[in-house]
Design a protein around this ligand. Sequence first.
Ligand code: SAM
Length: 308
Amino acid sequence: MPNPSKGRDGEPPRTVRDMLARGRDFLVRKDRQAARLEAELLVAHVLGMGRLELFLALERPVEPAEVDRARGLFVRCGEGEPCAYITGKREFYGRDFQVEPGVLIPRPETELLVDLACEHIRRARSVREGEGESEGQPQHGPRVSEFGTGSGCIAITLALELKGARVRASDVSPAALAIARRNAERLGARVEFLQGDGLDVLMRAGGADLLCANPPYIDPADGRGLDPQVRAFEPQEALFTPPGDPEFWIRSLIDERSRLVRPGGSLLVELGFDQAPRVRRLLAERELEGRFHADLEGTLRILEVPLR
Ligand SMILES: C[S@@+](CC[C@H](N)C(=O)[O-])C[C@H]1O[C@@H](n2cnc3c(N)ncnc32)[C@H](O)[C@@H]1O
């Protein structure tokens, strides 16, 4: 196996710049698509720096112990382990979330769901203010629920971005909830976490003004087409629906919408890259209106269903 910490000349790296270059070349040889970024994240982790700080320290000499540690991490990454599980964190919406095997690694496309959720709540707030929220009526912050919180990245981000919002989030996985609770505490977010299988726990907790979900949406039969790294390392219950029914959770959320969301509120659900046409049919069969939002690549990623 090529040694990630030795150059072609067989010399160990002397500086941060060398270490980055050796790691990147090693990961390129291992066919890692994001070799440069992963090399930066791993070296930054070993040196206890932020990724951007690295570029101010390129000529800093590296110690033999640092070289050894980096070597171990590059080998794991070269063998397919996700970089986020190696470093124990992934950035989402500008904040670091702790992750470990047992919890889905937050994805950049999910940030669109957070953008839309914030827009929705701010729009609803300004409508209420414009209508001069009647005096004497109980005032409360918006209630936001999330189904399937995983690392807590959606619920925690919303609690931090939407001042005054009351956020609750559920998951079936105690391991995921433990990580979500740690993330909330570390980031200073107030979120009520509920453990439960399915939607009942959120329905029992009462209707929200907005329900967000990035549910499992992959049919196990399509799992073969999945990135082998995702299949091998990420939790099955976060990825897969019941066999033959990739719309299981989306359909359940739509059908139970009036027990999850109050009139005037909305459902926001992340979809798989090819799911929108099937979900459109599902809405048509129920004579329901829904809006699809595209991500930066033009994929219809988020379904919004308003509750009348
Ligand atoms: C695709 S992951 C989303 C995680 C996180 N919200 C995110 O966007 O990164 C789906 C989540 O749903 C949870 N989940 C799967 N089946 C569930 C069920 N029957 N009841 C409650 N949660 C479930 C999984 O544990 C997982 O955390």
